[in-house]
Design a protein. Structure first.
Length: 396
């Protein structure tokens, strides 16, 4: 996996705009300057049928799907918990909620490399000198049966996450196993940059970039960078950088935006950053108040961009509990049904309907069958592998 881009990175509302290019990739991007129409969203996938990001349902039937390299992929490659950015038509409000038609969906992970430690007692693991925290909303790929308990030192994994500067760790949204990788990858915040020795630190690891390609001219402490790494440690806690990305994208004027991320810098409620993107909150409303605005806080920001600054109209504060309670929303066709275990498979996820409180609409559990279309609202079970249905609606 090739990982590119120097990133200075951070709720839907008509008339907003933005273009925060969290994942800079190959070719044209969300933030290449000028004025744009339509809308932009960045955050983890929290549903399908089509693709749901930040509670907006995006029709992906005509969307171009790209990976971190900018290589063309299929919507079938998208999974719950993946962090993505979506370019789309203007978001409109419908009876079923906000919707839009996606023109492009790009996904990229934060870390790819071998595990060095697993701390199940504290719900965390480490790789590439970074600590990754697991929560009740972290999705584990079905190949990792047992979730965190299935991980072991030396195992190669790919992690979708958000960086938390308050604890200098990552909050995982999805964890997948990898069988191999020609290069490792990391997105993090630069510290202790030595432009003479050509070294920098991210977390507890040191990175040497003397032979790296496309070194950004704006490289500096505090910058978010994406690194492509040689898949072998150069020494104790040290890694060799093969490549940086193509640089920082610029916010586009004239677009809607709904961006979810963690506060990465905080001066005041009118001057802070989300995932490295500066936010002007002078004209924003704060439905949850401002006491919770601090480093590492999870927020959703709605606003419009001017001069590279995202001028917020609303800032909503969220917690891990909020994330778990929101759960997931899946629409699709049942592929496998196990009436003994009371589970079925939908969009590649095992869904349990064994709970006594699950609500069925337009049918009953007896109507479940392969090839039957349903919409499921569910939450993650302990371990992050299985979804527990709270509501099943049959598409009659």
């Amino acid at each position: 996996m090739k990982i590119t881009g120097l990133m200075l990175c951070p709720r839907w509302l008509p008339g907003l705009m933005a273009a925060l290019a969290l994942f800079s990739g190959c070719g044209g991007g969300v933030g290449e300057g000028g004025t744009g129409g339509g809308s932009y969203a960045q955050g983890p996938i929290n549903g399908f049928g089509s693709v749901i990001v930040n509670d907006v349902r995006y029709d992906d039937s005509a969307a171009q799907v790209l990976d971190a390299d900018g290589s063309s992929r299929s919507s079938a490659d998208l999974r719950l918990g993946m962090t993505v950015e979506v370019d789309s038509s203007t978001v409109t409000q419908t009876i079923s909620g906000p919707t839009a038609s996606a023109t492009r969906i790009r996904y990229a992970s934060e870390l790819l490399g071998p595990l060095t430690a697993v701390d199940s007692a504290n719900s965390r693991f480490a790789l590439l000198g970074q600590t990754v925290q697991v929560s009740s909303s972290t999705v584990f790929d079905e190949r990792l049966s047992g979730g965190l308990a299935a991980l072991a030192a030396g195992q190669l994994v790919e992690v979708y996450a958000a960086f938390d500067p308050a604890s200098a760790s990552y909050r995982a949204t999805r964890v997948e196993p990898r069988s191999s990788a020609t290069a490792y990858g990391l997105r993090g915040v630069v510290a202790q940059l030595d432009a003479t020795a050509k070294t920098l630190r991210i977390g507890t690891a040191s990175f040497a970039y003397a032979g790296a390609s496309a070194v950004p001219s704006a490289l500096a402490d505090g910058a978010f960078v994406r690194l492509q790494l040689q898949p072998a440690a150069a020494g104790s806690g040290s890694w060799t950088v093969l490549s940086f990305g193509s640089g920082t994208n610029t916010l586009l004027d004239g677009r809607q935006a709904r961006v979810k991320g963690l506060i990465s810098a905080f001066t005041s409620t009118v001057d802070f950053s989300v995932n490295g993107q500066r936010i002007d909150g002078a004209s924003a409303s704060f439905p949850d108040g401002t006491a919770g605005l601090l480093l590492g806080a999870r927020v959703e920001v709605e606003g419009s961009a001017q001069g590279g600054v995202l001028r917020a109209t609303q800032v909503t504060i969220e917690s891990d509990v909020d994330e778990h309670t929101r759960g997931f929303d899946l629409r699709g066709t049942i592929t496998v049904l196990d009436t003994a275990l009371k589970t079925f498979v939908l969009r590649g996820m095992v869904v349990s309907y064994a709970g006594t409180t699950v609500v069925f609409k337009n049918g009953t559990a007896a109507d479940l069958a392969p090839n039957r279309r349903v919409e499921v609202k569910a939450q993650l079970a302990a371990g992050g592998i299985t979804l527990v249905a709270t509501e099943v609606t049959f598409d009659n």
